[in-house]
Design a protein around this ligand. Structure first.
Ligand code: TMO
Length: 326
């Protein structure tokens, strides 16, 4: 796979040498850096599959690639320093602030949005509304179902099962700002969330948890998001905005959010073909949900899922790699 790039670089070098002998200047591109491009791995499945797809494409183009794990909030500072280079799935609902801070500082490049439209918020299987909390999805119903939603460890408060800490905006602050009689319990991982969902669903027990769209979950489980007061940028920065005049975060998360690619600002010069490929790379809600399902439902590892996904989408993938870089 690497051969393609090596041959291409070799051919350019040979052409340049010949041209040099003849005294003719050739506008050949210089070979790109052999330093490894560091692709970020987060800890949810669609991101892991997309990171593997990106790695495979880079390797196909002849680059050296490294994979490094990083947290959603911390990754952008490392990217600003040039220690990490490519993030394939930055979600508006959770990553916007640390991402845009570095974009505004000129340290990170916004490499464009996917086609997908996203949501990340409190969610429940539909039977919860029917059997335990009839006023849902309106958030004001939550405090009427505290007992039903309590667990042994959160009683007398209800339980909100959040995702791992770095995934979310501070759910604790929302609980406080909206006066919810709930305790936030953070799941340690995505699979911990799904195993709680599965066991609650089988027994038709109440559960309110973090979930997101696109995801594999919606094809298997019928559910809804809690409808909080509409998100507004001021809700997070201006305490006087919204239903609670003294506190920020008195709103839901953004609906119809973006998911973008982010790259280190030096990438454009150091690995221009890779940079353009990242910009061209775009996936839809269906594609992202499928990638997650390949891992969680079909039990493939992210590496194998990425390989299969590339095989099944080779026309699309070939279009992402600019012609001059093939
Ligand atoms: C960042 N996430 C998709 C887990 O909400």
């Amino acid at each position: 796979m690497r051969l393609g790039k090596l041959v291409r670089t070799g051919a350019i070098a040979a052409a340049t040498a010949v041209a040099g002998q003849a005294g003719v200047a050739l506008a050949a591109e210089p070979p790109e850096s052999n330093d490894p491009i560091v692709v970020i791995k987060n800890n949810w499945t669609s991101q892991l599959v997309q990171a593997n797809v990106m790695r495979d494409l880079f390797e196909r183009m002849g680059y050296n690639v490294e994979f490094k794990p990083a947290g959603v909030q911390a990754q952008f500072t490392a990217m600003a320093l040039g220690d990490l280079h490519v993030q394939v799935e930055a979600w508006e609902g959770t990553a916007k602030d640390p991402f845009m801070e570095q974009v505004n500082a000129g340290k990170v490049i916004d490499a464009g949005a996917h086609e997908a439209s996203t949501r990340e918020d409190w969610w429940y299987p539909t039977y919860v509304e029917e059997e335990y909390c009839p006023g849902l999805p309106d958030w004001r119903a939550l405090n009427k179902c505290v007992e039903e939603l309590a667990t042994a460890s959160t009683y007398p408060k209800g339980r909100y099962l959040g995702g791992p800490v770095q995934w979310e905006k501070p759910a604790e602050e929302r609980v406080e700002a909206l006066g919810l009689n709930f305790e936030v319990v953070h799941a340690g991982s995505g699979s911990a969330l799904w195993s709680e969902l599965k066991s609650a669903y089988q027994r038709k027990e109440p559960i309110i948890m973090f979930n997101w769209t696109p995801n594999w979950v919606h094809a298997k489980y019928d559910g809804k998001y809690v409808e909080f007061p509409e998100w507004h940028p001021k809700c997070e920065t201006d305490p006087s905005w919204g239903v609670n005049p003294d506190k920020a975060y008195d709103c839901g998360n953004v609906k119809d959010g973006w998911v973008k690619k982010a790259v280190w600002s030096g990438m454009k010069e150091k690995w221009p073909c890779a940079f353009e490929t990242v910009k061209n790379y775009k996936t839809s809600n269906e594609q992202i949900a499928k990638m997650a399902a390949m891992v969680v439902v079909d039990e493939m590892d992210p590496d194998g899922a990425a390989e299969q996904w590339i095989d099944e989408n080779s026309n699309l993938v070939n279009k992402w790699i600019p012609d001059r870089c093939q």
